[in-house]
Structure formats: C-alpha cells, structure tokens
Design a protein. Structure first.
Length: 310
C-alpha cells in the first residue's frame, strides 16, 4: 500500500507501448484519477525496462536515421502522453537499452536488457527491488515466461519481476536497496486461446491481417515453426484466473494506443477494432495469478487484481 493509503498495482514491462497494449484498460481502471470518482482507493505505477530505442517507426516519412537516433527520447514522450490518457501519474524507467528482436545484433550489446539479464540476474533485478521497496506495491503484474511473444526484453522483464517477488521482502537481500517489502500477489497478463481465436476470426472476416494471420509463401517447416510460436502467444482458457472488465476504459485505452504513434499503425488491428467490437469480444483483460501471500487461498476466478486485499 502506498503512502496515500491506496492499494498499489505495479506493472512491469519492457518498452513504452507494451503497458498500453497488454493492460492499458486495467491500468486506467485502477489509476487514482479514474477510480476516485468511484470512491475506490487504488493506484498504479508503471515500470519499463528500456526506452525502446530499437523499435520500428511505422510512420514512413519519419522512418529516417535521424529519427531512429532519437527514438528512445521520442518513445519516452509517447509513454508520457499514454499515461496521461490512462490517468496514470507514476511511471519509471530502469535505464537498460533495448535489445531488439530475438537473434538480432542488439541482443549482444553490453548495455542491453538481454545482456544484463543473462550476465547477472540479481544485479539486473536490483533497480526494480529498489522501486518495490520505495513504493510498496501490493500487486505486481508482468508477462508470462515467453514474454507474450518471445521478445528478449519481455522475457527479461518477466524474469526480474519474478525474482523481485522472491527477494524484495527479504531484509538480508541487498539491504542497501531499502527496507524490505513483500507484495501480496503476482500476476502474468495472458491471452486465452478463445480470445485469440475470436479476435482472429473477426479480423479475417474483414480481410484484416494481424500478427496471428498465417504467413503465405513459406515452407512447411517455416509454417510449423510459426504455428508453434503463435500457440505460445496464448494459453488454455483454464489457466486464466482473473478477468478485468475494461468496458468503461476502452476510450482511454484507445487514446493511449494512439499516443504511441511511432509504434502502432493507425490502420493496424489495434485501432481498426472499434469500441463496439471490443465490447462484442468481451472487453476484458485477462490474467493468471502466479503466486500470493494472502492469509487464505483466494476464491477463483476473480474480477479484481486486489481481491483478498480490500
């Protein structure tokens, strides 16, 4: 619980835009600026590991060497705008360099998140532990072990979130990082198979290609590999423990997505789906409870990340 006496959610991500795409509705739902009108006492802090320096630029006229040189700064401005749209007042960056996609040269950059996590897990985790001990979140939410889609930085974020969950409450673990604090619940954000299939079917019915659309003109081996990758991006429905209704936050999430203008195409799937489409698809962000420190076993399924803490 933070200094204002509010239950605090900490979202741990890799790059600017990940927070909005995966759990923007949840963040808006719990952000103090939005929840105050409902008399709730919750707040949010967003943590990103990198500034996203090696991301793509989807605006053709801005896809230039000069723009890529300052992309990290640009993306930090974009996340600031996205946080305003979501009503989130607090966000932090751990200062690691973007590692690029799996198998690219950025993976081996000694400044990269990927390099740090594979060199010394505890050293890479310590900045996050410092934040946890300073802000005292009740709940931490991050990615699954695959990082959502296999990006090295997403996997690194998931690793440090899990390690921080283990050690932040141990007063013997790096006491110089601050007084020990133990969050009460740890979640991973997930896409269940049924949601993936429903979104894909809707997009295909309109002739819209997405990250889940099967590639064409590839070998049988490449297609099999791609299908295995797509399968890892979702999970069996029975793994979902927690569903957050974001119907009231769809507008805020859409504005936050639009704020990430260099990364998200206005004619891409995320923005081609209307609020009405999202409502028809369920208007939910979904999670799996990985661990907890509650006094009794939680009642599942839940509709609140703070269930058992209020």
């Amino acid at each position: 619980m933070d200094d204002a006496g509010k239950l605090l959610l900490m979202a741990v991500h890799a790059h600017p835009d990940d927070e909005t795409i995966s759990m923007g509705g949840t963040l808006a739902h719990y952000a103090a600026a939005n929840s105050a009108t409902r008399g709730e006492t919750t707040d949010v802090i967003v943590v990103t590991g990198t500034r996203g320096e090696l991301g793509e630029i989807v605006i053709p006229e801005r896809d230039t060497p000069d723009e890529h040189e300052r992309l990290g700064e640009t993306r930090m401005g974009e996340i600031a705008a996205a946080m305003r749209a979501l009503g989130v007042a607090r966000w932090e960056n751990l200062g690691y360099r973007d590692s690029g996609m799996d198998g690219t040269d950025g993976n081996s950059d000694p400044r990269s998140f990927h390099h740090h996590i594979n060199t010394n897990l505890d050293d890479t985790t310590e900045p996050l532990v410092r934040l946890i001990r300073a802000t005292q979140p009740d709940v931490i939410a991050t990615y699954d072990d695959f990082g959502g889609y296999g990006h090295p930085d997403h996997i690194a974020a998931a690793k440090i979130a899990r390690r921080a969950w283990e050690v932040a409450g141990d007063p013997a673990w790096r006491p110089a990082a601050g007084p020990a604090w133990s969050p009460k619940k740890l979640y991973e954000v997930r896409i269940p198979d049924s949601q993936r299939d429903a979104v894909l079917a809707l997009l295909e019915s309109r002739g819209i290609e997405s990250w889940w659309s099967e590639p064409k003109d590839v070998t049988a081996e490449e297609l099999e590999k791609w299908r295995a990758w797509r399968a890892m991006m979702a999970c069996p429905d029975e793994l979902i423990t927690t569903r957050i209704n974001i119907k009231g936050q769809l507008g805020a999430k859409r504005r936050a997505i639009q704020a990430h203008a260099t990364q998200i195409k206005p004619d891409g799937p995320l923005l081609l789906l209307s609020e009405e489409d999202q409502i028809a698809l369920g208007a939910r962000e979904q999670y799996r409870l990985l661990a907890h420190r509650l006094s009794s076993e939680p009642t599942l399924p839940e509709e609140d990340l703070f269930a058992g803490l209020r």
